[in-house]
Design a binder for this molecule. Structure first.
Ligand SMILES: Nc1ncnc2c1ncn2[C@@H]1O[C@H](COP(=O)(O)OP(=O)(O)O)[C@@H](O)[C@H]1O
Ligand SMILES: [Mg+2]
Length: 305
């Protein structure tokens, strides 16, 4: 009730800003409105974090256990943030191992929130390079998969002495961070608390100037192991992609859908071209074999004098 009252006014601001953006504005007004939009969005994020944090502290946050399609959950979180990454020129890669069950039992809203926070940080603190999201089965017991979800970036990294403090509320790596990157330092605290509530672990590996890797491990009961998409299982296909990692990720997704895939590195145009060259070569051989045959037959009929 209380949280609803706090969010309502800022949601009202955001909605009206969106309406105003669709009206005729001059360049200055457009720019100012864009800044209002960004600030209001940032304020809503801060309010969300504060409300979640106080709910957790009051022991009132409960973890749901519902069937979730983990690939859809990841897609959703990545979809919300990919635009921000692409604007900065960063590559975002997602790879989910084919043996990760299609339906697991867990709290999709909270899992998405964790991924959203970690991915948001990775994008925020990476000026150039890439951000990788990977999911794989760390261990499997009767009906339960322990999933490891990692978010790795090639960003600014975190100094060893601050790494342990980051999971405390309102802590940021350096004082200039707030001014440069925004945020209030609650994201990781919330992630850790949510993961604790799910009986999971969150580990951090980071090197200054090289990048950061966050790894979440959570055990989840398996609801359904494989997709049952009719008409796909057993069908064969070819994945062609220049980027080897993307190729692998596509193969993994296809395999999870039950497809039998092979992969080729390169572009579709390059592969078509070499196929055409091969075809021409074999046509040529075919023609020269048959004309040689004709010559042979002719010479059999008209033996040289
Ligand atoms: N991927 C990352 N790369 C570099 N620093 C990070 C990364 N993730 C978190 N941090 C550091 O940890 C601090 C706390 O993160 P977080 O709790 O999400 O707060 P916020 O994003 O609001 O600053 C950040 O301010 C930043 O200094
Ligand atoms: Mg954050």
């Amino acid at each position: 009730m209380m949280s609803h009252k706090i969010r309502t006014p800022i949601n009202g601001v955001l909605e009206l800003v969106e309406v105003l953006e669709r009206t005729q504005l001059n360049a200055d007004q457009g720019e100012m409105l864009c800044m209002i939009h960004e600030s209001a969005g940032a304020l809503l994020q801060i309010l969300d974090d504060l409300l979640d944090y106080s709910k957790i502290e009051a022991g009132r946050l409960t973890i749901e256990a519902e069937p979730i399609d983990i690939r859809e959950m990841v897609d959703n979180a990545v979809g919300l943030l990919a635009g921000r990454a692409h604007e900065k020129g960063l590559k975002v890669r997602v790879d989910i191992a084919p043996d990760v069950a299609v339906t697991l039992r867990g709290d999709s809203v909270r899992l998405r929130q964790i991924l959203f926070n970690l991915l948001g940080n990775a994008i925020k603190f990476t000026p150039v390079g890439e951000v990788d999201v990977q999911l794989f089965v760390a261990s499997q017991e009767e009906g339960v998969q322990t999933i490891e979800m990692t978010v790795a970036d090639t960003g600014i990294g975190i100094a060893p002495d601050v790494q342990t403090k980051l999971f405390e509320p309102f802590v940021q790596a350096e004082s200039s961070t707030t001014r440069r990157f925004g945020g209030i330092g609650l994201g990781l605290t919330i992630c850790r608390k949510l993961i604790d509530l799910m009986n999971g672990t969150l580990t951090l590996q980071s090197e200054l100037g090289r990048g950061t890797r966050m790894a979440v491990r959570i055990a989840m009961p398996v609801e359904a192991e494989r997709y049952s998409v009719s008409g796909l299982r057993g069908k064969r296909g070819l994945v062609i992609c220049e980027d080897e990692a993307v190729c692998k990720a596509l193969m993994h997704f296809g395999t999870a859908l039950g497809l039998e895939l092979r992969s080729r590195a390169g572009t579709l145009r390059g592969i078509m071209q070499s196929a055409r060259v091969r075809q021409r070569r074999s046509d040529f051989h075919e023609r020269s074999r048959s004309s040689a045959g004709v010559r042979e037959r002719r010479s059999a009929h008209h033996p040289p004098h």
